[in-house]
Design a protein around this ligand. Structure first.
Ligand SMILES: Nc1ncnc2c1ncn2[C@@H]1O[C@H](COP(=O)(O)OP(=O)(O)OP(=O)(O)O)[C@@H](O)[C@H]1O
Ligand SMILES: Nc1ncnc2c1ncn2[C@@H]1O[C@H](COP(=O)(O)OP(=O)(O)OP(=O)(O)O)[C@@H](O)[C@H]1O
Ligand SMILES: [Mg+2]
Ligand SMILES: [Mg+2]
Lengths: 220, 220
């Protein structure tokens, strides 16, 4: 499903300094797998996830998604593949401040032209799955850290995407809520999704089928 | 050092709905203690920490800081006590986007009228303590989640405040980096600081002298 060959990614810092973040990275992830990505702070996990999520490009190598090469895509091509395949939970949630919880969760359905009443109905179901139905009308600044994180998760799941990319989805959660979230991931994995979770939490990684470890931009 | 008596805090949601978040909360924290605050997502930990940090007010009860009542303070009085006593690590870091890492860390010294060259020198020392000296010139959007968290920590420590309030300071860190940060907290605690850490991580809580548990806005 996902094939990464010799991926290199650089960031420019200032005008004459380049940081080599991903270094000839190689990885394969098969359809329907539940994998975790671990590595120390700054090792390149979010960078890798952004490339997988077609949110960022890379400097050399090839990224095949479902046998299609994801390289030099236009903005509309990137958006097409993203909306077709991928649900993304961001490390810093990225909720829209001027929309409330259910509106944020419903956003991917809006792009799929689902009617407003149907969007709200489904969004409330997904908020319920993450224990936040009562908070549907709160705006993001009226939510705790862990509540924002769960709203971001509900938004990533609502279109039942084939691939879920989650960047530290339990980082702001207590252990009981974290277990509930992991049960949700296991359930959608059972329903056929390919699930890739970046995590620092060994208990989360232990629930996955395989751990991909990153060290200084390389899979080790 | 810190005495909370019958603290009640409400948030208004919309125009006719009030959420009772802290309910007659009682707690005492002694000078020089190293304590953790635990509780499920949404239980009121950040709300409590914001009140302790004089960043937010409360609806009834009394909060005594060093025997002075912190109630109905003006903006300048709040700022005075905050700058005098408190270093705060925010759950969502709150770094200034238009300043780089060392400038963000140096900010509290700027308010103390320290010279620029001296501020930069000390800021680099504190970045070094959190393993990020090489990232001094990166702006926040050029930092990983865990790097931002550590910059926020360095900023909270730089004025050697009497009280450190840290809202989930290791949430975005791998276990090795997390251990380094806890060693830093232990060191400043040894130097006499009162340290209060909100955490979901039992391993972090186990390093503290006492755990204050919050459940539905009450200390249990
Ligand atoms: N500005 C606000 N307006 C309305 N409600 C709020 C506001 N801030 C927080 N809340 C609500 O108050 C409750 C407590 O929030 P708080 O941020 O203190 O929780 P927390 O214990 O820090 O949670 P977490 O572990 O998820 O960070 C939550 O139910 C939240 O939705
Ligand atoms: N936009 C950017 N410009 C420059 N450097 C960047 C940028 N984004 C990230 N970096 C750097 O690239 C490296 C990898 O960052 P990345 O966010 O992928 O790390 P991470 O493994 O997700 O870390 P964490 O566990 O702390 O979230 C870090 O050293 C970071 O400072
Ligand atoms: Mg990251
Ligand atoms: Mg919180």
């Amino acid at each position: 499903m996902i094939d990464l060959k010799s991926i290199n990614k650089y960031y420019s810092i200032g005008k004459d300094h380049k940081l080599h973040v991903l270094k000839n990275l190689e990885a394969k992830i098969y359809e329907g797998e539940l994998v975790s990505i671990m590595g120390s702070s700054g090792s390149g996990k979010s960078t890798l996830l952004n490339i997988l999520g077609i949110l960022d490009d890379y400097d050399s190598g090839e990224y095949y998604l479902n046998d299609t090469l994801m390289k030099n895509l236009s903005a509309s091509q990137s958006a097409f593949y993203r909306n077709r395949f991928i649900g993304f939970v961001f490390q810093s949630f990225n909720l829209l401040a001027f929309k409330n919880a259910w509106e944020n969760v419903a956003l991917p359905l809006y792009y799929q032209k689902v009617s407003r009443s149907q969007r709200q109905k489904i969004a409330l179901e997904y908020l319920d799955k993450v224990g936040l139905r009562e908070w549907a009308n709160h705006s993001p600044n009226e939510l705790s850290g862990g509540q924002k994180q769960r709203v971001a998760l509900a938004r990533a799941l609502i279109t039942k995407p084939k691939i879920i990319l989650a960047d530290e989805p339990t980082g702001a959660l207590d252990s009981k809520t974290s277990d509930e979230v992991m049960n949700l991931f296991k359930q959608i994995h059972k329903e056929g999704a390919t699930v890739i979770i970046v995590t620092h939490d060994q208990e989360v990684a232990d629930v996955t089928e395989r751990i991909i470890r990153l060290k200084d931009g390389l899979v080790v």
